[in-house]
Design a protein around this ligand. Structure first.
Ligand code: GFB
Length: 300
């Protein structure tokens, strides 16, 4: 989802020589394969959008896999780029790197100030390692390696698996396929911020246009909703009449995750797609993906 959005933005900006590798073409967990890729291609800029991602269900059931795979992806893609002489690299993480009870909105300075949210601790540790490796290589070798931490993303090409997906795509799939009752997790009281993936893509190109970007910048919409409000908004956007039932035995996860985006906004970036508009766009793209048989229902 993120890689495709970035390619759309690069093509729209007139870039032609865009080198992409799918997971099937290049296993980023394999250090030798990643080293050989960089030696062969020697890109001017590397954008690391790859990760094993998932919602609270996927993460909390497999923190070991999320730690191992994302750690290997981060170390291989950043270290081998430096070893191959790639001058600029943009590493993408997530606002789940911040402490569970960080001050809200969460500033970049909150990193590593207290304990992480347990449900996605593995993923968070891997992303923290990746952004730190970028920071160390910039300081030690003068390489322009920097990171963006997006809030919860959604949009075309998302994973609609209702067990492992993130909450927003999962709600779309549930309201589109369950006619009478839609079972939702937790209490609905958790608060989340959402950013359309095309806005993240514009933030990536913006960050790469800066001569001296900060090491770490949050990227978010500044628009937060409770999961309960999100469920009502998705129900309205799909036109569903199903009854919502909450399963409080499932985790809420971190109570709130609004990121402070004053830094990137002060440099000149801002989001364009609000949640209402983004939901309408994403329900339409979901339906088109279902009709075309390309909707992603699981896997990487
Ligand atoms: O996107 P999500 O799964 O993960 O959102 P996080 C979880 C919130 O939505 C919890 C509620 O409060 C859930 O109780 N929820 C309600 C549901 N119904 C559902 C449902 O059917 N499916 C899901 N998935 N949630 C993720 C991290 O945290 O944020 C990832 O685990 C990543 O690593 C991602 O950082 C951006 O927002 O809690």
């Amino acid at each position: 989802m993120v890689g495709s959005a970035i390619c759309r933005a690069l093509e729209k900006a007139g870039y032609e020589n865009i080198i992409v590798r799918t997971h099937l073409e290049l296993d980023l967990i394999d250090p030798k394969a990643v080293r050989e890729f960089y030696q062969a291609e020697k890109p001017d800029v590397a954008i690391i959008a790859a990760a094993r991602v998932g919602g609270i269900g996927a993460n909390s059931a497999a923190n070991s896999k999320f730690l191992y795979e994302n750690e290997m992806i981060a170390m291989n893609t950043v270290w081998s780029a430096a070893e191959a002489g790639v001058k600029r690299l943009l590493f993408l993480g997530s606002t789940c790197i911040y402490p569970r009870m960080a001050p809200q909105p969460i500033p970049e300075s909150a990193l590593l100030t207290s304990e992480l949210e347990k449900t996605n601790e593995g993923y968070a540790l891997a992303k923290i390692s990746g952004l730190k490796l970028c920071e160390f290589l910039r300081r030690e070798r003068g390489l322009l390696y920097h990171s963006l931490m997006p809030t919860n993303l959604y949009g075309p090409g998302d994973n609609y698996d209702i067990v492992h997906g993130h909450v927003l795509p999962t709600l779309i799939r549930k309201f589109e396929t369950m006619k009478d009752v839609v079972p939702l997790w937790g209490t609905g009281a958790a608060i989340r911020e959402f950013l359309h993936v095309d806005d993240l893509a514009s933030a990536c190109l913006f960050a790469l246009s800066l001569e001296n970007p900060p090491d770490l910048m949050n990227v978010g919409s500044g628009e937060e909703v409770t999961i309960r409000e999100l469920a009502e908004a998705v129900k309205a956007a799909t036109g569903s009449t199903a009854k919502i039932e909450w399963d409080a035995t499932k985790p809420d996860g971190t109570p709130r995750k609004l990121c402070d985006t004053a830094l990137i906004r002060s440099l000149g970036w801002k989001p364009e797609i609000d949640l209402k508009q983004g939901l309408e766009m994403t329900v339409a793209s979901y339906r088109a993906e279902v009709a075309a048989g390309t909707v992603r229902l699981g896997g990487r």
